[in-house]
Design a protein around this ligand. Structure first.
Ligand code: HEC
Length: 110
């Protein structure tokens, strides 16, 4: 009797976990597939940006945001990656990446 009650309570919980895991795997697989095709434009800072920005998400975030970006917007974004999400960047690295993104991926005039 007691065991039955426990099992009934565990049921929906286990299902939720399974669904959450399945969802997470789908997201990871999609990001992995996209990354293979993405190579940032050549330029000083490219390798640094590639190495740092791919840590958490696809590099596709960079070109796909470029049309709406300018130097100030990139600065804010890099700052957000660092402060809110914990991207490991020194001030010097953040500046090099900013110079690179501003030079290669700023579609909006400042
Ligand atoms: C520590 C993890 C982490 C690192 C490292 C990181 N990002 Fe992000 N980034 C995120 C998360 C999480 C989001 C999703 C934010 C959201 O949903 O608002 C994101 C979203 C973005 C977006 C989408 C627009 C936005 O503001 O949400 C851009 C552009 C972006 N990142 C650029 C970069 C660049 C450029 C770098 C390298 C300097 C970088 N990210 C490194 C975690 C990271």
């Amino acid at each position: 009797m007691r065991r039955g009650a426990l099992r009934r309570r565990a049921g929906p919980g286990a299902m939720t976990v399974a669904l959450a895991l399945a969802g997470a795997c789908g997201v990871l697989r999609a990001a992995g597939a996209g990354e293979e095709d993405i190579r940032l434009k050549d330029g000083p800072g490219r390798d640094l940006a590639t190495g740092r920005c791919i840590l958490c998400h696809s590099l596709e975030y960079i070109p796909s945001n470029a049309p709406a970006m300018n130097r100030a917007a990139w600065q804010k974004t890099i700052q957000k990656m660092k402060e809110r999400f914990g991207a490991p960047l020194t001030d010097d690295e953040a500046k090099q990446i900013l110079d690179y993104l501003d030079g290669s991926y700023s579609g909006k005039s400042s």
